[in-house]
Ligand binder design. Structure first.
Ligand code: FAD
Length: 458
């Protein structure tokens, strides 16, 4: 007899939260408030055994299965109507081995958990720029962050992962074990199973010098022009992304400028503190500075500095591209649409894809776009559902204007929306066929299909 949902609570240590439970609404809620779904049950897993029981139940009962770590999926992949949710948020433990320079994170850990644990030893790895994003979801898609130019993507720092596959086995994936699965996990997203723990290489980064520099909007074309050249030559210890951003009401920004649309660069210098001023000086001179908040701080402080702008419960609609070369025409289109950013939560980021990221071959991991210059995301985020149409339109119009200049068909899977499934092949470039074969090996019936879905090869 197969594993039934009725007996699931007896077989797990965590809680099976079903409709009717006073905790149901809280348990089914995900970060993007656009996704108001009603799962058959949310299984708040306590350990890998709970994950195995839940995967077996979904498999045997033919239920849709959603996997949730940090819950940040913009397309809402961490929830599903009438199906089962594997909720990993109870598995957030992070263990650090400072002597070996490695850390092992539970499948539901968020970057705030990870940075907190590793910073105690003056160590870090590349992670996300918001502390509430999941380590699992971000790393499996690739993982772009401040330290990427020096140390590679998050997935480039993954040493091993424990994975519950569709048949309910717990496999270890590393260079030495199930290496095809390990290859696919590093960029292939949640297509291959539920990752119950992830082991990372750490680097000696404790304190950094960083923060945002805001420039006048009418200098945006010059600042972008400067930024594209500057970042290509800057020392790899500098992480820095360009943005369009409405000035939030923060004390370091003159009060009369709060609410003005500006452009800016968020910096993170992980080299010697004494070199920071010289490295950042050309950037500060790139245009008229409205305000800046750059200084020494622990790395986790920068990675949580913008959390308050992005509380749970906003509406999200995003679109994205990899950018081969940031051309003059692209800059013109960016300035036209970036200056129309509708609300303080929304933003546009250009993240550099260079340095250590490019030293990994495009076919060495599933993350294919190693030979581009930037990953661009137009991140529409706003509080009021009444504004959905207008904000979605801003994102779509912006993307339509810049896409012709991107020089690639693909974008970063973790920045894609739910209407981007037709771009999945393009997002994996030359790696799609191999990913499809690995999918056929580990998930031939596509149990894990609530993601940017890779079809199993026939
Ligand atoms: P979830 O919704 O929990 O998971 C998303 C999907 O990932 C799941 O459906 C599943 O398919 C898969 N998944 C998650 N955990 C597991 C697991 N343990 N095992 C198997 N599959 C799993 N990306 C960057 O690269 N850099 C950034 O700096 C960055 N910043 C972001 C900031 C915000 C505010 C948001 C909303 C997103 C950001 N992203 C960033 C994108 C982010 O990488 C993706 O949204 C990612 O999917 C989030 O992972 P999660 O675990 O939080 O999400």
């Amino acid at each position: 007899m197969g594993a039934s949902i009725e007996s699931l609570q007896e077989r797990v240590r965590g809680e099976v939260v079903e409709p009717g439970s006073p905790r149901y609404d809280e348990a089914r809620t995900v970060y993007n408030a656009m996704h108001d779904r009603r799962p058959r049950a949310v299984v708040q897993c306590a350990d890998a055994a709970d994950v195995i029981a839940t995967v077996q139940t979904a498999h045997d009962e033919g239920l849709d299965l959603a996997v949730r770590g940090g819950g940040h999926s913009v397309p809402g992949f961490g929830t599903v109507d009438d199906g089962l949710v594997v909720d990993l948020s109870g598995m957030r433990n992070v263990q650090v081995d400072p002597a070996k320079g490695v850390a092992r994170a539970g499948g539901g850990a968020v970057w705030g958990d990870f940075d907190h644990a590793t910073n105690a030893f003056g160590l870090s790895t590349t992670g996300g720029v918001i502390s509430t994003t999941g380590v699992g979801g971000l790393t499996l898609g690739g993982g772009i962050g401040y330290l990427a130019r020096k140390y590679g993507l998050s997935c480039d720092n993954l040493i091993a992962a424990d994975v519950v596959t569709a048949d309910g086995r717990l496999l270890r994936a590393s260079e030495d074990e199930n290496d095809d699965l390990f290859w696919a996990l590093r960029g292939g997203g949640g297509n291959f199973g539920v990752v119950t723990s992830l082991e990372f290489r750490l680097h000696p980064v404790g304190n950094i010098v960083g923060g945002p520099i805001f420039f006048e909007l009418d200098a945006a074309a010059d600042v972008m022009d400067f930024y594209r050249q500057y970042i290509a030559q800057a020392p790899e210890e500098l992480g820095a992304f360009f943005m369009f951003q409405i000035a939030p009401p923060l004390p370091f920004i003159p009060e009369e400028r709060h609410g003005d649309t500006l452009c800016g660069v968020v910096t993170c210098w992980s080299g010697p503190e004494s070199d920071a001023a010289a490295v950042l000086k050309p950037l500060r001179d790139a245009g008229p500075v409205v305000a800046e908040h750059v200084g020494p701080m622990p790395y986790p402080a920068l990675n949580s500095a913008f959390d308050a702008l992005l509380p749970p419960g906003l509406q999200h609609y995003w679109k994205a591209d990899f950018v081969k070369e940031l051309t003059d025409d692209a800059i013109t289109a960016h300035v036209e649409h970036g200056s129309q950013v509708p609300v303080v939560n929304s933003t546009v980021h250009l993240y550099p894809i260079d340095g250590a990221v490019q030293r990994v071959r495009p076919d060495e991991t599933a993350f294919a776009y190693r030979d581009v210059s930037f990953a661009c995301v137009i991140a529409g985020m706003w509080p009021d559902p009444a504004d959905n149409a207008a904000n979605t339109e801003w994102v779509r119009d912006y993307w339509s204007a810049i896409h012709p200049y991107s020089g690639t068909d693909g974008g970063y899977v973790n920045f894609m929306g739910d209407d981007d499934q037709d771009r999945v092949e393009a997002n994996y470039g030359g790696n799609y066929e191999r990913l499809s074969k690995v999918k056929a090996t580990y998930d031939p019936d596509n149990l894990f299909h609530l993601n940017q879905n890779i079809q199993p090869a026939r």
